[in-house]
Design a binder for this molecule. Structure first.
Ligand SMILES: Cc1ncc(COP(=O)(O)O)c(C=O)c1O
Length: 384
């Protein structure tokens, strides 16, 4: 009954866990969730007010497919200012970040083309690459390199069929931040071998150590990079479904074509709220970053106190990806922690082959819940 391509797609592991947690909580279970990849803060008031004003002004119609011009300009300004990406508004497509990834794969990857992904990586990259007919080649990440995707690991996976490489720094689920040397080395490989780069920079405002380098800012790279970013993580706006892609003109055109034939445009009044997010006060961004940093240190210290878990200190985003010292699949481990500790984590198998034997813990949870949840995990693992 279903198209063959559906065999290539599994339900998102992270969304699946989140749905289960929602259901259990709805039934009254006392679950502490470390499974959500979203800030637990509310969207700042000024952004919500801008949305309400927009609705009151009846800004409720279709907008141009690429987004309202003032928002495209504001995004381009930001990308130039914060990330040194040499773009202007005509390179910017306003679209939900996940949609940007989906459309990039459809636009760039042909049947049989190879896509290099980090192993361990967020599951959507693999699903979208395969949906487009691509073949995934995993670049090995090591704990010794704190899960950074190095040029050496990428070089091993390049073939004549390599079309696209996914760079995700800071990364979900490892919290790894690439060094400037890593990014430069990968840029050299892209230029030498002629492949394109999908740079997912959605966590670039959450770097605690090191510096974020946009690959698109490096000499010769703008023309072969699609950079995606968004409002979800930086402004606590996950439910608003808005972000952007910045791409050289020819690629922008193809992405925009797909947008016109799928979602048409991002919700009109959401775009005006997004404009306020970019142009309004930025105090909440700094506050959230500081809080995530404090939580990172808290989780790390509590994890050090659990002998069966091991994980390097992440440098960015709000995730940790510990390994555990038990001979259990990551699905079984996540199920065990949910049943025995009433703590939700995401099984590592949702993040590629090397995710097995690990689970992802999102510390986008209150400090109180982090302390409670980690104590529950410690007790439950001590009983194994
Ligand atoms: C690495 C990465 N990219 C993109 C997204 C998607 O962002 P959005 O929900 O804004 O589409 C996520 C969400 O978890 C993510 O972790």
């Amino acid at each position: 009954m279903f198209a063959k391509r559906m065999e290539n797609v599994l339900e998102s592991g992270t969304v699946k866990t989140a749905n289960l947690v929602s259901k259990l909580k709805g039934e009254g279970a006392d679950i502490i969730s470390f499974s959500m990849g979203e800030p637990d803060f509310h969207t700042p008031e000024n952004i919500k007010e801008a949305c309400m004003r927009s609705l009151a002004n009846n800004f409720t119609y279709y907008t141009p497919s690429a987004g309202i011009p003032e928002l495209r300009r504001a995004i381009a300004d930001r990308c130039r200012r914060l990330n040194n990406i040499p773009c202007d508004a005509s390179n910017v497509l306003v679209t939900p970040t996940k949609q940007a990834i989906f459309m990039t794969m459809l636009a760039m990857v042909d049947e049989g083309d190879e896509v290099i992904l980090p192993d361990i990586a967020w599951g959507t990259f693999e699903a979208c690459a395969r949906l487009a007919g691509g073949k995934v080649r995993y670049a090995h990440l090591s704990v010794e390199n704190a899960f950074r995707m190095t040029p050496e690991a990428v070089a091993e996976k390049i073939t004549k069929r390599t079309k696209l490489l996914v760079l995700n720094s800071p990364s979900n689920p490892c919290g790894a931040v690439l060094t400037k040397g890593d990014v430069k080395g990968i840029a050299d490989l892209a230029q030498d071998h002629g492949f394109f780069v999908l740079a997912d920079e959605i966590y670039n405002q959450l770097v605690f150590e090191g510096e974020h380098v946009s690959i698109s800012s490096l000499e010769g790279m703008f023309d072969r990079t699609i950079t995606v970013d968004g409002f979800s993580k930086t402004y606590a706006m996950t439910g608003w479904r808005a972000g952007w892609a910045v791409a050289p003109k020819p690629i922008f055109k193809e992405l925009n074509k797909l947008q016109t034939q799928s979602i048409t445009c991002v919700t009109s009044f959401v775009q005006q709220a997004c404009l306020e997010a970019l142009l309004g006060p930025q105090g909440s961004v700094a506050m959230m970053k500081q809080e995530f940093k404090a939580r990172r240190e808290l989780v790390y210290a509590l994890m050090k106190d659990i002998p069966s878990l091991d994980c390097p200190m992440p440098s960015g985003a709000f995730y940790m990806m510990p390994s555990y010292a038990f001979d259990m699949s990551s699905e079984d481990m996540a199920a065990y922690l949910l049943e025995e500790a009433h703590v939700a984590v995401t099984p590592g198998s949702a993040f590629g082959p090397a995710g097995e034997g690990r689970f992802r813990l999102s510390y986008a949870a209150s400090r109180e819940n982090i302390e409670k949840g980690m104590a529950r995990i410690k007790d439950a693992l001590a009983r194994l």
